[in-house]
Design a protein around this ligand. Structure first.
Ligand code: C5P
Length: 232
């Protein structure tokens, strides 16, 4: 089965830009990620349109609420027929188990993954919250909790992928943003890794935004990256 590893982040404020970009890409080579901004503006109608073009969609809404509310949100997202959805692991075991149960009843359950610690959170931010653990320890703790709660995987940096793979097993799905092809600008990403290196570290899927969305020829860039990560 065709299982493209690249997830193109559609970080746009308008549906039109997302549709235009999708029209220039190829569903056999990538999936598409719709996040909070675009979904708030364009909603399920846009998700439907992208799927009609043959793309599988990662609905990146990072749900975080009491278990029953999160479960209902996950159920609603599953009903859209998307390929992947996510929640915050900081919502805890009960919330994640409720989310898992809610998607399991859908005809084609989406992959359900967790965000561990936001990469914007540094040590001083954790201290301010009363959390004494280091960001790295929190990431591992939350990934293990997501795994134990029955989730399919986590979003993580490629730098963390090998360690999480070791602790959470071969079946656990690792989705890594912060990916930059060798010749691309890093933009505002502080720690980046090439597509090939991220796959070698154990990433299953790569979230890539601007290197593709802002390329002169997005399809050519997508094809190039696909070649770079092809099995050797
Ligand atoms: O344009 P770029 O490749 O940096 O886009 C990366 C995408 O991954 C964006 O949608 C961003 O919000 C998301 N992301 C990230 N870092 C995380 C989690 C998500 O860059 N830790």
């Amino acid at each position: 089965m065709n299982n493209p590893k690249i997830i193109v982040a559609l970080d746009y404020a308008e549906a039109k830009n997302a549709i235009d970009l999708a029209a220039r890409l190829e569903p056999t080579l990538c999936r598409l990620k719709v996040g909070k901004e675009l979904f708030t503006v364009a909603g399920p109608v846009l998700v439907e349109k992208l799927m009609q073009r043959g793309f599988e969609v990662f609905l990146d809404l990072k749900f975080h609420d009491i278990p029953s509310t999160t479960a209902q949100a996950c159920k609603a997202a599953s009903a859209l027929g998307v390929w992947m959805i996510n929640v915050h692991a900081l919502g805890g075991r009960k919330m994640m188990e409720a989310a898992k149960e809610a998607v399991a009843v859908s005809a084609r359950p989406p992959k359900l993954i967790a965000v561990t610690l936001l990469t914007s959170m540094a040590q001083e931010d954790l201290f301010e919250l009363g959390v004494l653990a280091s960001p790295a320890d929190m990431v591992l703790r939350l990934a293990k909790l997501a795994h134990a709660s029955g989730l399919d995987g986590v979003v993580c940096s490629a730098q963390e992928a090998a360690l999480l793979r070791q602790h959470c097993g071969d079946e656990f799905c690792l989705v890594t943003p912060g990916i930059r092809p060798l010749d691309a600008a890093s933009n505002d990403q502080a720690r980046v890794m090439t597509p090939r290196a991220a796959i070698d570290q154990g990433a299953n899927y790569l979230v890539i935004g601007r290197p593709i969305t802002r390329a002169d020829d997005p399809l050519l860039m997508l094809r190039n990256i696909t070649l770079q990560i092809a099995d050797q």
